[in-house]
Design a binder for this molecule. Structure first.
Ligand code: SAM
Ligand code: SF4
Length: 365
C-alpha cells in the first residue's frame, strides 16, 4: 500500500511565462488556415489573398505538438481561429488532440459559423472532441447585408448559427459584431435586443483599419472617401453603448454587469435588468489593451507572433520538423513582444501601423 508520501502526484502546472514587461502570457490563438469561405469587406480583398501552399501549413499533428510544448511552458487557454478554421478537414482531430494536452484548460473556436449550418453534425462533433465554446462572427441580422459584407451567398444566419452552437453545448455563445459606420451601425439595437431573449454575449468590436479598405464604400453606398480616411468608419464604443442602451430603454437600459477578464475582450459587460445575455465592447481603437495583453499567436505556417500588430515572429515550424525543443524559440518570441502596438500612430503608413499585416485572417484575428 502507498503511504501518503508515496502517492504519485501530477506535477504542478507551470505558471504562465512572463514577457519582458512582466505580462503573464497564458493564452494562445492558433490560426489553422489562412483561407476563408467569406470575403468580409473589413478583412479580406474580394479576390482573396495569396494563400499559403499546403506544405507550409503546420500539419494537424504539428499543431497539437506545438500546443503540447507551449502548455508545458505555462500556456493554458487555446483559441482556434483562421481564416476560417472550420475549413480545415482535421479540425475535430486537432480539437481532440489539443483538449487532451495536460495543462490546457479551455479550447475555444472563432468561426463565421457557416459550416455549422451546412453540416449540422459539425458542432456536436467538435463538442464531443472537447471544444468548450464558440465565438461567432455576426455582422448583420439581415440576409441581404450578410451577403454584401461577406461578399458570399452561403445562407449564413447569425441566430441559427448561435442556436446550433448552443444546442451542441458550446456555450456561452459569443457573437462578435464588427461595427462599421454606414455599413451595419444601424443594427446595434437589433443585436443588443437579442440579449433580452438569449443567454448570448454580444460583443461589439471597433473596426481596425487593416488591409484593403476601399471596398467598404461599395457596401455602404455612400461615396469614395474611405480609402483616404478609413478611420471615419470606426464607431467608438461609447457611441455603440449609448445606442445599445437606447434600444433597450423599454427594458430598463443597460447597467454594468461586471468586469470582463483583463486583457481578454471587453473591459466591462453590460446587461438590461433581468436579461439572460450581455453586451460588451472590444475597443482596440479607443482604448488599447496592450498593458494587460496575455496572448501570443501561432500562424497557420507555424510562426509565433507575439503581437498582432508587430511584424516580429519566430519560426516554430522548422524546430518542430527537426524535432527540436520549442522552449528557446518561445523565449525569443516573448522577449521580442513589444510594449504596445502602433496601430494608432498617424505618422506611419497604414501597412506599417498594422505591422505589415494585410488582413487579420493572416494571424487569426
Ligand atoms: N473566420 C473567423 C471569424 O470570422 O470569426 C475567424 C478569423 S477572423 C480574422 C477573427 C475575428 O477578427 C472576427 O471576429 C472578425 O470579425 C475580426 N476582424 C477581422 N478583420 C477585422 C478588422 N479589420 N477590424 C476588427 N475586427 C476584425
Ligand atoms: Fe473570413 Fe473571418 Fe476574415 Fe470574414 S473575418 S473574411 S469570416 S477570416
Amino acid at each position: 500500500m502507498l503511504s501518503p508520501v508515496d502517492v504519485p502526484l501530477t506535477p504542478p502546472a507551470a505558471p504562465p511565462p512572463r514577457d519582458a514587461f512582466g505580462r503573464a502570457i497564458g493564452y494562445l490563438r492558433v490560426s489553422l488556415t489562412d483561407r476563408c469561405n467569406f470575403r468580409c469587406v473589413y478583412c479580406m480583398p474580394a479576390a482573396g489573398l495569396s494563400w499559403l501552399p499546403r506544405a507550409e501549413l503546420l500539419t494537424d499533428a504539428e499543431v497539437v505538438e506545438a500546443v503540447r510544448q507551449l502548455a508545458g511552458l505555462g500556456l493554458r487557454r487555446v483559441r482556434l481561429s483562421g481564416g476560417e478554421p472550420t475549413l480545415r478537414p482535421g479540425l475535430a482531430r486537432i480539437v481532440a488532440g489539443v483538449a487532451a494536452v495536460p495543462g490546457v484548460e479551455e479550447v475555444a473556436l472563432s468561426t463565421n459559423g457557416v459550416r455549422f449550418l451546412q453540416d449540422p453534425g459539425l458542432a456536436p462533433r467538435l463538442a464531443a472532441a472537447g471544444l468548450t465554446r464558440v465565438n461567432l462572427s455576426a455582422d448583420s441580422l439581415r440576409p441581404d447585408r450578410v451577403r454584401a459584407i461577406a461578399r458570399r451567398d452561403l445562407g449564413f444566419d447569425a441566430v441559427a448559427g448561435a442556436r446550433a452552437a448552443e444546442a451542441a453545448g458550446l456555450a456561452p455563445v459569443k457573437l462578435n459584431v464588427v461595427v462599421v459606420r454606414g455599413v451595419n451601425d444601424d443594427e446595434v439595437g437589433d443585436f443588443a435586443r437579442l440579449t433580452l431573449r438569449h443567454p448570448w454575449h454580444v460583443r461589439f468590436i471597433e473596426l481596425m483599419p487593416v488591409g484593403e479598405l476601399a471596398a467598404w464604400d461599395a457596401v455602404a453606398g455612400d461615396g469614395g472617401e474611405a480609402t483616404a480616411d478609413p478611420l471615419r468608419r470606426v464607431v467608438p464604443s461609447a457611441e455603440v453603448l449609448a445606442r445599445a442602451s437606447d434600444a433597450l430603454a423599454a427594458a430598463g437600459g443597460l447597467a454594468v454587469a461586471g468586469d470582463g477578464p483583463v486583457g481578454n475582450g471587453p473591459a466591462a459587460y453590460y446587461r438590461a435588468p433581468g436579461a439572460p445575455g450581455t453586451v460588451g465592447v472590444i475597443t482596440p481603437m479607443s482604448h488599447t489593451y496592450c498593458g494587460a495583453c496575455n496572448r501570443v499567436r501561432l500562424t497557420a505556417d507555424g510562426r509565433l507572433r507575439p503581437c498582432l500588430f508587430d511584424a516580429g515572429a519566430v519560426d516554430l515550424r522548422g524546430p518542430l520538423r527537426r524535432g527540436e525543443a520549442l522552449a528557446p524559440h518561445v523565449a525569443r518570441a516573448l522577449a521580442a513582444k513589444p510594449r504596445e502596438h502602433h496601430l494608432l500612430a498617424p505618422a506611419l503608413s497604414p501597412l506599417r501601423r498594422a505591422g505589415g499585416l494585410r488582413a487579420l485572417s493572416e494571424v487569426g484575428g
